[in-house]
Ligand binder design. Structure first.
Ligand SMILES: Cc1ncc(COP(=O)(O)O)c(C=O)c1O
Length: 336
């Protein structure tokens, strides 16, 4: 779990009250882990690994040094946010849930009526080569496809030539024996559009709410739409009531998180009751546990909401169990 995310956008960055899983901090040794577990709540998260001084990126069919990679000033991604993206986590040299990320990317592309470039059929292979070229085994990989370059007009170009960008940046290895990180959250009105299932580049409502969280000393803002809790600015949200996990259905009002998919699958296999159902702010505030999850931060226990403690303000039993299940799944799927 990420106390200080390496990208500052997808990870749950500030307001982290402990960092016990070693991600992206260095994998703790036995003594170090014990020390971290007892660390005061305000302990800063371990520093993320330094990016390579000459990272390679992939842009429109070519691998090249990041400093030489340029996108046209009239790329519609820049002008309009007219594009979609994915963030993957690579463990032990292998992306977790690669097929699910590819599937979601194609769903998002369909949602914005953008035909993918032919090279999008080789996303897995390009990702592997990008990791090799950057000598990365623990990484965050970013894919972005925009509608390409064209004069600044709202209607689509007649024959769009999409821009495909891929970057990889280093993260520290996980500690499979870790406990979930704990973060504070605030609540915020969900001011996004009606197609939150599309992983769109248009993230301003998320950025504004996340900035409010940061200013309040919290690591995440949990959205509610007319009192119904949807998700976090960069995370899926869950509550635990009497041992059962509730999370908003994967409909148009949330992004279908890949971590959510994996966590729910593992929870069901382990016999934990899961209900994909809408719940309100009052349910959130009175929950036994609140959890948020995403690709780079895994599942995190929320200790406070709007300054009020959740349960006993510690990672609860279900958060710990889910985190353990996720760590096991990562090791099983990506190898250890
Ligand atoms: C709005 C939103 N919801 C949920 C998630 C979690 O998705 P995933 O688990 O695929 O990272 C993210 C991830 O960035 C997100 O931005």
């Amino acid at each position: 779990m990420v106390g200080r995310s390496t990208d500052g956008t997808e990870g749950l960055a500030s307001g982290t009250t402990s960092a016990t899983d070693g991600s992206p901090g260095p994998a703790p040794t036995r003594t170090r882990r014990a020390r971290i577990a007892m660390a005061p709540a305000s302990n800063p998260a371990p520093a993320p690994p330094k990016p390579s001084p000459a990272p390679q990126v992939y842009l429109n069919g070519r691998f090249l040094p990041r400093a030489e990679a340029t996108v046209d000033v009239e790329d519609r991604g820049t002008l309009f946010g007219d594009g979609v993206y994915e963030v993957l986590r690579v463990y032990f040299g292998k992306p977790l849930a690669l097929a699910a990320h590819i599937e979601r990317l194609h769903r998002s592309l369909g949602g914005i009526r953008l035909t993918p470039p032919a090279e999008a059929e080789r996303l897995g292979a390009i990702t592997t080569e990008l990791l090799e070229r950057n000598a990365l085994r623990e990484a965050k990989v970013y894919w972005q496809i925009t509608r390409g370059t064209g004069p600044r007009e709202h209607a689509f170009p007649a024959q769009p030539r999409p821009t495909l960008l891929m970057t990889a940046s280093p993260l520290n290895p996980i500690d499979p024996a870790s406990a979930p990180t704990q973060i504070k959250a605030i609540t915020a009105p969900d001011e996004r559009w009606h197609n939150c299932w599309i992983k769109s580049l248009m993230l301003l409502p998320n950025l504004l709410a996340r900035q409010r969280a940061a200013e309040a000393g919290a690591g995440e803002a949990i959205f509610h739409r007319d009192g119904v809790v949807t998700e976090g600015t960069t995370s899926s949200a869950y509550i635990v009531r009497e041992g059962a996990v509730w999370t908003h259905p994967a409909d148009r009002w949330i992004l279908g998180g890949i971590t959510r998919l994996v966590l729910l699958e593992e929870a069901r296999k382990a016999g934990i009751a899961v209900e994909e159902r809408a719940f309100g702010l009052e349910d959130l505030r009175s929950a036994d546990e609140v959890i948020v999850s995403n690709t780079t931060s895994h599942g995190q226990a929320v200790t406070h909401i709007d300054g009020q403690p959740v349960g006993n303000a510690q990672a609860g039993p279900v958060a710990r169990r889910l985190h353990g299940l996720l760590m096991k799944r990562i090791v099983a799927e990506c190898g250890g």
